[in-house]
Design a protein around this ligand. Structure first.
Ligand SMILES: [Zn+2]
Ligand SMILES: [Zn+2]
Length: 186
């Protein structure tokens, strides 16, 4: 089979068109530098990822299943404090490429719900860094908080309210205080 090597001799791309019948098993540890310069819009920056995966052809589609164990850096949504998160989980992703053995056409095949997330990969080459980044993003929580009780930044002066109150008279009153005020007024 054709194998693509990176400059450092670490294979990053898998030729799906010439996969061996038993598929290919991958065990890889990535560092931040393997993913290049983080894009500005990336909320998460990958610091370290351990990937175990099995890539094989199954029923005309390429199935990639495995496990991810990652450490990423992110910022608290409220106070912007940098923090590190551990993301661990398993995944099971399917791909089709134009040279799929049985000529599976995703648009014309009736697929059950579990197969609706099949991704098209016209090149027939799978970059395991893309799979890794994608799966890490899926493992990431919707909201990243340094603590559930984080008070965030003052919307007026930007001071970190976790370090103490500022002198701004912010219009927005914490709803809990508002309820208390209503009680006092009644
Ligand atoms: Zn915070
Ligand atoms: Zn303030």
């Amino acid at each position: 089979m054709t194998v693509y090597f990176s400059l450092f001799g670490r294979k990053m791309e898998i030729d799906l068109i010439h996969l061996e019948p038993e598929g290919e098993r991958i065990r890889r540890s990535f560092e931040a530098s393997d993913f290049g310069t983080p894009r500005k819009r990336d909320q998460l920056r990958l610091l370290r990822v351990d990937l175990t995966a099995w890539v094989r052809t199954e029923g005309g589609v390429v199935r990639v299943s495995g496990e991810i164990d990652a450490t990423v850096s992110a910022e608290c949504d409220r106070c912007l404090k940098p923090l590190e998160l551990a993301l661990v989980g398993s995944f099971d992703q399917r791909y089709v490429h134009e040279a799929a053995p049985s000529g599976v056409d995703v648009d014309e095949t009736e697929l059950d719900a579990s197969e609706l997330d099949i991704e098209e990969l016209p090149s027939g080459v799978l970059d395991i860094r893309d799979v890794t980044r994608e799966q890490v993003d899926l493992l990431a929580p919707m909201h990243v908080l340094c603590s559930e009780a984080c008070l965030g930044l003052c919307p007026t002066c930007g001071v970190d309210l976790n370090n103490g109150a500022c002198r701004c008279d912010n219009e927005e009153i914490d709803p809990r205080w508002e309820a208390l005020k209503r009680l006092q007024n009644s």
